[in-house]
Design a protein around this ligand. Structure first.
Ligand SMILES: [Zn+2]
Ligand SMILES: [Zn+2]
Length: 486
């Protein structure tokens, strides 16, 4: 938009055009109309404009028709994976299935990297290395979708008890997209050069798999990639759409176990005890002032006490109370600030009640996921060209976690984007009755597989061609400054 040339109404109209249509030819058309009134020219341009647009963006597109032709095979592999989910750390058969697909496509596959992790390499001359990650594990959820190909699998869960198992986080979609992009890149080696490194990561749901693969030498035994890209299903975004967020997108996830100590006794004689329940009650409220009073309001952070356990019966004062917290943040500074404040508050509560010092154990979970801004914008622009600007949406950052962040922490420029999974009509049905669609991890969650895979495989293939494409190799680390997508 050119400032000073448009009044407010004009600017508004222009803004509308930018958000609803590809802007490359439409504003130019309006300028011709306004400045010269050349009606004939406008009519001709209106006729040839869309043709021109489709011919530049799509006519020689090797990706879309290939994906379209492969969809039946991809869908069948998806259903096979969906029916055979395995829990975190038990993904043996899943890894074998995916490894077989990669091998079929000509990848050199190594199994057993950090548990059931797999690595597939396809070298195609000199150039950059692109890592595309998918995750292998299902969840201890008993599927209730009623789909023909619903999972009926069961397994022993973490506690040893039998549980239904389901791909309720869409990792079966992620794996199918990986198998699809493997076959595409292998069949189109003339369009790219460098190395494609596929990884099938175990135990994402327990936040352990990325670290396990890194500890097993992922970046030593195999090339350390220049870029790492992954997609994740999003149950709230319609199929055909992609969401993305440059910068921080997901949070540091830490767990804290606090044992508040007291002195037990009879409930009728509190003066002879130090009641850990009352102390814990004070502490819980005091913990809530860390985020509201100590952390800078513009820094996202969460402290949740998710579990509290003490005592055995009505009239017995316990001698300890156990609290379990989840703590979320984005920056390392805030992460450290929260940790220090929790320790201070817990000790202060004990001192206030004349109680022994509490024990406090921190367990570091996954680090915050930071999407490399240049990489995110570069890939998002490719998506805009391929799917249309209106299909690429900017998403809010979330306080959830994902261990894909671990690869970025090792200095690899990384980007995770969200793949829409719900058919627009199905979503509209939920909206009409004022309901949200089933979320990830719900026993009712299912992606509308065909359109989801159509977009997912194309998106990964387009990403690879952008980052490793034969005419893109020189852009390397210095992509030109690009405009943010709407
Ligand atoms: Zn999940
Ligand atoms: Zn997931």
């Amino acid at each position: 938009m050119t400032p000073g040339l448009l009044d407010d109404k004009g600017a508004l109209m222009m803004a509308k055009n930018l958000t609803t249509r590809p802007p490359s030819w439409q504003p130019r058309l309006e300028r011709v109309f306004v400045s010269r009134g050349a009606t004939v020219l406008v009519a001709v341009l209106a006729l040839i404009g869309p043709m021109f647009r489709s011919s530049t963006a799509r006519a020689d597109d090797p990706v879309k028709p290939w994906v379209e032709a492969q969809l039946p095979r991809l869908l069948s592999f998806y259903q096979e994976l969906h029916q055979t989910p395995e829990l975190s750390l038990q993904e043996q058969q899943t890894a074998r299935r995916l490894a077989a697909k990669w091998r079929e496509a000509g990848f050199e596959v190594t199994e057993g990297v950090g548990g059931h992790g797999i690595v597939g390499l396809l070298k195609n001359g000199e150039g950059k290395t692109l890592m595309l990650r998918c995750d292998l594990d299902g969840l201890p959820v008993t599927e209730q979708t009623g789909l023909k190909y619903a999972s009926t699998a069961t397994a022993a869960g973490e506690d040893g008890a039998a549980t239904g198992v389901m791909h309720a986080c869409g990792h079966d979609i992620h794996m199918t997209c990986s198998a699809g992009v493997a076959a595409f890149l292998s069949a189109h080696k003339d369009l790219w050069h460098g190395t494609v490194m596929l990884i099938g990561q175990p135990a994402e749901e327990r936040g352990m798999g990325a670290r396990a693969m890194l500890t097993a030498g992922l970046f030593d035994r195999f090339p350390k990639p220049d870029y790492a890209v992954a997609l994740h299903c999003d149950s709230t975004i319609p199929t055909g759409r992609i969401g993305y967020r440059p910068g921080y997108a997901l949070a540091n996830v830490d767990s804290v176990d606090i044992t508040v100590k007291g002195r037990g006794g009879h409930g009728a004689y509190p003066h002879t005890t130090i009641d850990p329940v009352v102390q814990a009650a004070h502490l819980i409220l005091d913990l809530q002032t860390i985020v509201s009073r100590e952390v800078k309001p513009t820094e996202p952070s969460v402290i949740t006490v998710g579990s509290i356990h003490a005592g055995t019966k009505h009239n017995v004062i316990a001698d300890q109370c156990k609290l379990q917290l989840t703590v979320r943040s984005y920056s390392d500074d805030v992460r450290a600030q929260l940790k220090a404040a929790i320790v201070r508050k817990a000790k202060a509560a004990a001192a206030a009640f004349g109680a022994p010092e509490p024990t406090i154990e921190f367990t570091e979970g996954t680090p915050a996921m930071f999407n490399d801004r240049e990489l995110a914008e570069r890939v998002a622009e490719v998506f805009c060209k391929r799917f249309g600007h209106e299909q690429i949406v900017s998403t809010d950052p979330s306080m959830g976690g994902e261990d894909f962040s671990e690869y970025g922490r090792r200095g690899v420029s990384s980007f995770m984007f969200w793949l829409g999974t719900i058919d627009a009509h199905r979503l509209a049905g939920y909206t009409r009755v004022g309901q949200a669609p089933p979320s990830l991890h719900s026993p009712l969650f299912y992606p509308d597989a065909e359109p989801t895979l159509r977009t997912g495989v194309q998106a990964l293939a387009a990403t690879a061609l952008e980052l490793l494409g034969t005419d893109k190799s020189e852009k390397g680390d210095k992509p030109e400054k690009r405009k943010a997508a709407p």
